[in-house]
Design a protein around this ligand. Structure first.
Ligand SMILES: C[S@@+](CC[C@H](N)C(=O)[O-])C[C@H]1O[C@@H](n2cnc3c(N)ncnc32)[C@H](O)[C@@H]1O
Length: 281
């Protein structure tokens, strides 16, 4: 799938289709949702599925490449090795990666994952996110996730995993106060554009590492006038951002296709005509 977020629709399950025994009900944000409208989700089973998917991906060569490319992009921000590694406390992440030094600075924001309890693509993308967080040692609580389609059960699953679930719709306008890895898989262009707008300064943009749809591909697929007009921040960064395409095996093409690591090296930013105007941040 490419950046088709504007056309995205959520298929609703048939009435009563998910009524199963042994459902574990965890508290939700909205009493109305949980007691009235929301079908209950088997939290334990959902987490097991996600962990199984992580195990499957972990063995994949392309997954190693994704982790490596994120580490390369994040290497400028990674902490220096501690003086004495023996005194270091073990990580409490889902799966500890011992190859990298702990990262104190990076945080993560994930938008547009989709309904991962019912959608296979979204579940794979969530599993990949968890593996990526581990590879750069971002603590799970430092990863904020938001999608308006999340059910209360899905929000509970995400919290149970240790992630931070945002309750407000930022519409992509997250101000990066520190180096931040943004994970926007197959999201609409407006989210990317808002993100760039919010961080539109020579100080902020280099703090962003985006894993999402490549900007050059977006440009190629969009009518030029519309791209320049409606997505002017993406359009302006196409010539100056650095894009590294990420590999994807044929069998997972719908899930991980058209994805790149995008960064904004200082060297190109002075060429941006409006960057010194300060954007909206
Ligand atoms: C094309 S779907 C992609 C879903 C999934 N990542 C995939 O590849 O199948 C775009 C997603 O963006 C989400 N989205 C829309 N507006 C959003 C917002 N303001 N913040 C976060 N996510 C948003 C939609 O709900 C939807 O799940």
């Amino acid at each position: 799938m490419s950046d088709t977020g504007d056309e995205w629709q959520v298929a609703r399950r048939r009435k009563g289709a998910a009524r199963k025994s042994k459902l574990l009900h965890v508290s939700s944000d909205s009493t109305y949702e949980s007691t009235c409208c929301q079908e209950q989700l088997d939290i334990g089973k959902t987490i097991k599925r996600i962990r199984d998917t992580m195990s499957e991906l972990r063995c994949e060569r392309f997954c190693q490449e994704w982790k490596e490319q994120l580490r390369v992009a994040g290497s400028v921000f990674l902490s220096k090795p501690p003086e004495n590694k023996d005194t270091e406390k073990p990580s409490d992440q889902l799966q500890t990666n011992t190859d990298v030094e702990p990262c104190q600075q990076l945080e993560c924001v994930c938008y547009g994952l989709g309904p991962f309890s019912s959608c296979v693509s979204a579940r794979y993308q969530l599993a990949m996110l968890l593996l990526l967080l581990d590879s750069v040692q971002i603590p799970l609580k430092n990863c904020s996730v938001y999608d308006p389609v999340f059910s209360s059960g899905e929000r509970d699953v995400l919290r149970e995993l240790g992630l931070t679930v945002l309750t407000e719709n930022e519409e992509g306008k997250h101000f990066a106060t520190r180096p931040t890895f943004f994970y926007l898989m197959h999201c609409g262009k407006a989210l990317y554009n808002n993100l760039l707008w919010k961080n539109w300064s020579p100080q902020r943009l280099p703090q962003l590492i985006i894993i999402g749809n490549g900007f050059s591909g977006m440009k190629d697929r969009t009518i030029e006038r519309e791209f320049k007009c409606d997505y002017s921040y993406i359009s302006q960064t196409v010539p100056v951002c650095e894009e590294t395409q990420l590999p994807c095996p044929a069998r997972l093409i719908d899930i991980f296709n058209d994805t790149a690591v995008i960064t904004f090296p200082n060297s190109g930013l002075n060429r941006l005509p409006t960057i010194h105007l300060g954007g909206a941040a």
